[in-house]
Design a protein around this ligand. Structure first.
Ligand SMILES: Cc1cc2nc3c(=O)[nH]c(=O)nc-3n(C[C@H](O)[C@H](O)[C@H](O)COP(=O)(O)OP(=O)(O)OC[C@H]3O[C@@H](n4cnc5c(N)ncnc54)[C@H](O)[C@@H]3O)c2cc1C
Length: 456
């Protein structure tokens, strides 16, 4: 069966477990001439995209090696576990949304257990706590958002391209959202982008909004932490096939082979390569032949959000309400209860800052960070003399080596950039969160890999 885009998507939706994945891969690779000769693959990057690519390739008979620059696998999936209290939190990806059907199915196929996690977001604005049941939505804004999402579903490609010339903030303002309401939308949706809606294309924003707005999407988390998904992959791929602490410095290819050299001086050769490194660091690799000008520029055009995510663990944690999900107008923009060990009376709060606010954390040491936490959490009945901050861990994603950002952002005027990012380059195929049509999530990773595999 020749796989075209339409029936690829249709069959993706059908998803029938491992069998299906193998079949999908077999179908999508049957175009390869002399497929028996193309039996080894290198995957660069061990984030979700890299591990999923390795898993699919291995399932269909390829000998696979994954090469990772950092000293741990997982990239932007990073579960932190406090051994003493056995509490945990996520410093990277955490939530699975009900519409992320590939991801949900993959968890099922790999035997990774998930559970439903209800989120009722309250607010803390202008020094006042507003409980969830009083948050309410401005009826006028609601009407505008319903209108723009409905309009979007009927837009032609040409109209979407036109919409892409505007920023989400300007478009919403043009549609009649007032300044105060725009501020609230910014507060909420900057968590999805890591930046203000001023930096996000209206097309990208409304496309994503059409999926979530006014819909009762369930939210899930992974039992034992998001890295349970990584562990399931490692079991299948084999630890010996994943080389960490091994930054790729050059990729050379000819008509028969692709060769990858690492900073340690190692050289790996294979028939094909799937490169999953983020655009923010892709141009640092030396390519021979050199990457096309379009691809290099496309990599430079992709912006990445700035997010600081903090794991903070307290003793005498009675003041922490286990249902807390609070959006605030303070430096710590989102505060939520993550894990409570009732027998030790230990509680974990996760705290998130984005954009310029996140950058303010860059120069803070642990003492500075503790001071910010104390002053922000006083608003939520926190008393440092009775409840001690026992453990604090944080990541400024924009400063993480080999990643340099939380998620990719597509600003106005970048409508055709993804085409360049997605295009294979000789024997190298590209995947990663930033490559998918809708970027920024774990689901994006899977879709980008399916797209890359389809191109082989
Ligand atoms: C704070 C935060 C919260 C998030 N929350 C959610 C959420 O709740 N739900 C959700 O669906 N998504 C969420 N995401 C997004 C999700 O984490 C990402 O979309 C996904 O993990 C990206 O995976 P990836 O494999 O494409 O990229 P990465 O995970 O970045 O993997 C790329 C890998 O390539 C490696 N690399 C780079 N250069 C080289 C080189 N030269 N040589 C070798 N290796 C190299 C990097 O070290 C990295 O490990 C969140 C992200 C962040 C940062």
């Amino acid at each position: 069966m020749k796989i075209n885009r339409k029936n690829f998507i249709r069959s993706s939706a059908a998803f029938l477990g491992t069998l299906y994945l193998n079949q999908l891969f077999a179908e999508s690779t049957q175009k390869i001439p002399n497929s028996s000769k193309r039996k080894s693959a290198l995957v660069i990057g061990s984030g979700l995209s890299g591990l999923y690519a390795a898993h699919l390739l291995q399932n269909s008979g390829y000998k696979v090696k994954v090469i990772e620059a950092r000293n741990r696998i997982g990239g932007r999936i990073y579960t932190f576990q406090d051994k003493r209290s056995s509490t945990m939190g996520e410093l990277g990806a955490e939530f699975i949304y009900g519409y992320q059907e590939h991801l949900l199915k993959l968890c099922e196929v790999l035997g990774v257990k998930i559970y439903e996690h209800s989120i009722e977001t309250s607010m803390f604005l202008n020094g006042k706590y507003i409980p969830f049941n009083e948050v309410g939505e401005n009826p006028r804004t609601h009407k505008i958002l319903v209108k723009v999402t409905e309009m979007y579903t009927k837009m032609s490609d040409e109209q979407k391209e036109g919409l892409d010339k505007l920023s989400a903030a300007n478009y919403l303002s043009y549609q009649g959202v007032d300044k105060k309401e725009l501020f609230l939308l910014e507060l909420k949706y900057s968590l999805y982008y890591g930046e203000s809606l001023r930096h996000v294309s209206a097309n990208d924003f409304i496309q994503a909004l059409a999926k979530i707005y006014n819909k009762k999407n369930k939210i899930f988390k992974i039992n034992g932490g998001t890295d349970s998904l990584l562990k399931a992959f490692v079991t299948h791929i084999g630890k010996q096939n994943i080389k960490v602490n091994n930054p790729v410095v050059s990729i050379t290819q000819n008509k028969d082979k692709v060769s990858v050299k690492t900073k340690k001086g190692k050289e790996y050769k294979a028939d094909i390569c799937i490169c999953t490194v983020p655009s923010s660091v892709m141009n640092q690799i030396q390519w021979s032949p050199d990457l096309t000008k379009e691809k290099k520029i496309a990599n430079l055009q992709v912006k990445y959000g700035r997010i600081t995510k903090i794991f903070s663990q307290f003793n005498n944690a009675d003041w922490i309400n286990k249902n807390w999900h609070i959006l605030t107008d303070r430096l710590l923009q989102y505060v939520y209860a993550t894990d409570i060990n009732t027998s030790l009376n230990t509680g974990v709060l996760t705290l998130v800052s984005t954009g310029d606010k996140s950058d303010l954390f860059t120069s803070l040491d642990e003492w500075g960070l503790r001071t910010v936490l104390y002053s922000n959490l006083r608003n939520f009945n926190y008393n440092p003399t009775t409840s001690k901050l026992e453990q604090i861990q944080w990541v400024n994603w924009q400063h993480e080596p080999f990643i340099k950002g939380s998620y990719s952002i597509f600003s106005p005027g970048m409508y055709y950039v993804k085409e360049h990012l997605q295009k294979p380059f000789g024997r190298v195929f590209f995947a990663g969160e930033h490559i998918a049509k809708e970027s920024g999530s774990m689901e994006s990773c899977l879709l980008s890999v399916l797209n890359a595999v389809k191109q082989i």
